[in-house]
Design a protein around this ligand. Structure first.
Ligand code: TYD
Ligand code: MG
Length: 494
């Protein structure tokens, strides 16, 4: 995940990290070889300190760690190897039993509910709503009769209770504990029977006394997660781990855990907006790229069953520089407004600023518009914004972005009843994208009258099943779109 800050000059490396263990490691009886340097963003290990992680390109994220990997609690046990029995690939594999949480947006991202014995990492910026979501999920599960334990390492019991009361969940039979010592937590979990779900909020506050390093370090976060995941598998409970996305290098980010857990969900959103998107980026028991949409209200997170209506709610028609993109998030069609603004800048080094889309992709699209379609934008600052705080990764947004840019350049609104989708290639050709039918259906459902989409090239494709009444405007090349925004005097304009 690229981070805007820190571009340009690399931050100055703190001096203390340059001179390895003055006394601490020696005192603990370690030799130089038991110290290594680990990136707190991605977990890559290096023999020497560096200011820049070669694995993930993060600056100033490498810290010193004692190289004591492995299951810390099990280290004292005798290492008796047991024989592994290999089995056939074919077997009677029943689908894993799932506990439906009861929050549809969360259940969909999980792949249809929580799998017993699985570990789910919920990652996100501090304050985005992870604790709120998990408290609601835990309380909903508990109300359904499941035994749910919630271990908070960040907030005191009273704070959690207060929040539960505010969310109207105080009656749920949730079992709470405030603890950070993993040895205590593991012992408590081993003593409890019939536990269905355990929530650990957050993994970065957990601490294993067997390790030298401080809570939040890569070694601690990994070792604590390892013990909890092992316990989840042997005891059969579903485990939720909360992981804060961290900006400073002292605390390990959730990425160091991604390979250890069964599912990774990112909770994202702009703190200035009330929308929150739950995005599955890894799921061993379901599809990835699914999203769940929530709205942060004063009574917690509310599910948004129809995100398109929400994202388009504040759209004003008849404004130049706006186009509606018929996008797809996972299996789900989502319509969003794309806004472009051009401001004159004769300095010769115009600005390109993007919120919610890929800056490199905008650069490419501007180059195609200039080179293939003769549009002159080098004396204008370009600002692009995905309204509502959504982040779009699909190349299918190219055509809608181009429409917004052309509309801004011509100072003529796009047709307010039209949606756009299609990928643009380097020669300006408009290419097919997946699931055109689903996008068209969503557009029709929300009352749009027409769609601008890639031309269907005959390659054994059947006719497009467009909803009744939806007018399809096919474009083969970006130049076709440019012609639509030509000045009214031009008779070829549409
Ligand atoms: P929280 O779940 O504590 O975030 P995280 O665990 O990811 O750090 O959410 C904190 C924010 O959510 C806080 O700024 C207040 C807001 N919030 C509401 O707007 N409404 C609510 O009902 C609750 C509980 C929180
Ligand atoms: Mg929290």
């Amino acid at each position: 995940m690229p981070r805007g800050a820190g571009a340009g000059q690399p931050p100055e490396a703190p001096a203390r990290r340059l001179d390895p263990p003055a006394g601490a490691a020696r005192l603990a009886g370690m030799t130089k070889s038991t110290v290594r340097y680990v990136c707190t963003a991605c977990g890559a290990a290096f023999p020497k300190w560096a200011g820049h992680c070669e694995a993930c390109s993060e600056w100033n994220s490498i810290v010193e760690e004692a190289a004591d990997a492995g299951p810390a609690l099990a280290r004292t046990k005798p290492n008796a190897a047991r024989k592994i029995a290999f089995v056939d690939l074919a077997g009677d594999a029943a689908p894993p039993p799932r506990a439906v949480v009861g929050i549809a947006e969360l259940d969909r991202v999980l792949g249809g509910g929580l799998v017993a014995g699985s570990a789910v990492l919920l990652a996100g910026d501090p304050g985005i709503g992870k604790s709120t979501l998990l408290l609601q999920a835990a309380a909903t599960l508990a109300r359904g009769g499941a035994r749910v334990l919630y271990v908070s390492g960040e907030e005191a019991i009273e704070q959690v209770r207060l929040r539960a009361r505010r969310l109207g969940l105080a009656d749920a039979r949730l079992e709470l504990a405030a603890a950070i010592n993993l040895r205590d937590i593991v012992a408590a979990l081993e003593a409890e029977a019939g536990v269905a779900v355990v929530v650990i909020d957050s993994i970065q506050t957990m601490w294993l006394d067997a390790l030298e390093s401080a809570p939040g370090s890569v070694a601690q976060v990994r070792a604590c997660a390892f013990e909890l995941i092992r316990l989840a598998k042997t005891r059969g409970f579903a485990l939720f781990l909360v992981g804060h996305v961290t900006k400073d290098g002292a605390i390990a980010g959730p990425r160091v855990l991604e390979h250890m857990v069964d599912a990774v969900l990112y909770f994202e959103g702009d703190r200035g907006h009330q929308f929150r998107i739950l995005r599955g980026v890894k799921n061993r028991f379901g599809a990835t790229d699914e999203i769940g949409v929530f709205e942060m209200t004063d009574r917690g997170l509310a599910e948004v069953a129809n995100p398109s209506a929400l994202f388009l709610a504040e759209r004003r028609g008849n404004i130049a520089g706006s186009a509606v993109f018929a996008g797809l998030e996972g299996t789900r069609p989502v319509l969003v407004e794309i806004q472009a603004l051009l401001a004159p800048n004769p300095s010769g080094s115009p600005r390109r600023s993007v919120v919610g889309w890929d800056g490199g992709r905008l650069g490419m699209l501007l180059a195609v518009l200039e080179t293939r379609c003769g549009l002159r934008l080098n004396a204008s600052d370009v600002y692009l914004n995905i309204a509502g705080g959504l982040r779009i990764a699909e190349p299918a947004a190219d055509l809608a972005v181009a429409a917004a840019l052309l509309s801004a350049a011509a100072d003529r609104p796009t047709d307010p009843g039209m949606v756009f989708f299609g990928e643009v290639g380097l020669s300006g050709e408009v290419r097919q994208v997946a699931q055109a039918e689903a996008r068209l259906k969503e557009a029709s459902k929300l009352g749009f009258a027409s769609a601008c989409l890639p031309r269907r090239v005959a390659r054994g494709r059947g006719p497009l099943a467009a909803p009744d009444g939806l007018v399809l405007r096919e474009v083969g090349h970006l130049a076709d779109l440019v012609a639509r925004f030509a000045p009214p005097a031009d008779k070829s304009s549409a």
